[in-house]
Write a protein that binds this ligand. Sequence first.
Ligand SMILES: [Zn+2]
Length: 460
Amino acid sequence: MAKQRQPHTPTAQPAEAPQRPALQEVSQFLLLEREVELDHRPRMLEALQNKVNAVADSLPDQTPACSRCRQPMKRHDIESVSWEARFGRLHASVARYRCPGCKDERRPLLDLLGVEPGRISGSLARLLALLAVVAPYTLAAQLAGLLLGVKISPMGVWKVVQRLGESAARYGEGMSQYHADSRSEGASTREAPPAVVLSVDGSMLGMQVRQQRRRRQGRETLPPLPPVEEGHFQEVKTGVLLLPGERVETSPGRHSVVRRFLVSCLGNADDIFGHLYAQLRELGWLDTANTVVVIVGDGAEWIWNRTKMFVRRCEILDFWHALEHAWGFAQLLYGEGSQQADRWVHQIAEDLRAGKVQEVIARLQRMRPKTPELREKLQGLIPYYSEHVGRMQYDEYLRLGYGIGSGAVESAHKQVVHARFRQAGMRWSKAGARRLLALRLLLLNDHWALLDRLPMVAVA
Ligand SMILES: [Zn+2]
């Protein structure tokens, strides 16, 4: 019941004119901080330029070999290049070599430094990608100005994300391919846990209808995009890996985990399971002979079709999905929001938790609903439970500490996907979503440092 509000009594107008809320002077300390930063920026740039020059001077005057034909290349010319970095623009004169046969080109100094002429490189690129991983591109560009003092357009941030994201996505996919081969080497499984919980979830992303990005001609504004049509969605799947022993109850009924590893991709069921398997191997969490892989899923067929890849496994039908089906029937039987429906479902929940799934099914089978609609609903519920009996031994799972719900993956999926990819009006190209997703996972899995060891790749 809404609280009754007191009637609003207008206050008497004071005699004096209204005063704007006061602002204080910018504090002395804040001014000092800014002054030092502004003052040192050019000095940092200069110091960095000196270091780059020193590397250039120390470069041996050696003719590089062609990476394709292995023949020595020929010195072509000296090129003057520059690139954008954290403290400003750096310059260098670099020798360019060419292979007469293959026409391949190399610039040993740039290869050594790991920069691309004309582009944003180094730590600035990584920081911009970091901002874009947490905020939409326009906001990321704004944050770059406020946090880093770097002026950049949203398109500039987008470009950086494409080049680093492509690299991160290829690395993840490469890892998945590597572990798909039985000759691959995973981390040591000497400390492999007795059980690992794996759960998966999916949701849809609105995709761009156009294959090509729209380009603005001059100053005209682009017309708004049409609403996403049916069929222009793509499923993003997320998987979570965690150890049941690391699940802690933070407050009654609320659990959180100390560690969890997230895997996500725009792909089919085989792709997500390939990624999960690779991650298990990289973590050393899968000792095939001893580790029980506990798979929690909803009724979705694609999940259960792939769990056979784990020799020792325990399949669990998400408890809440199981109850949801009972709810649907109870509301039809007793009326939405009725106490009777509540009580009926509560009893089912109690019985399922106690491992009495067979009794629940028998009880449902004895029911004689009066309307065809109710009969139909019941005829859906009974086979759903019967089909998953082996995955509904909830008393056993609770006793073993495996948990019975897929809450972990649902919240993870929201964190990975919804929080960044499903904001109002967002539309994604397949390539753009794949790249940003790969970067977002690095951050959420606390692997961001890996990006230092991945190259920026040219993308079309
Ligand atoms: Zn060659």
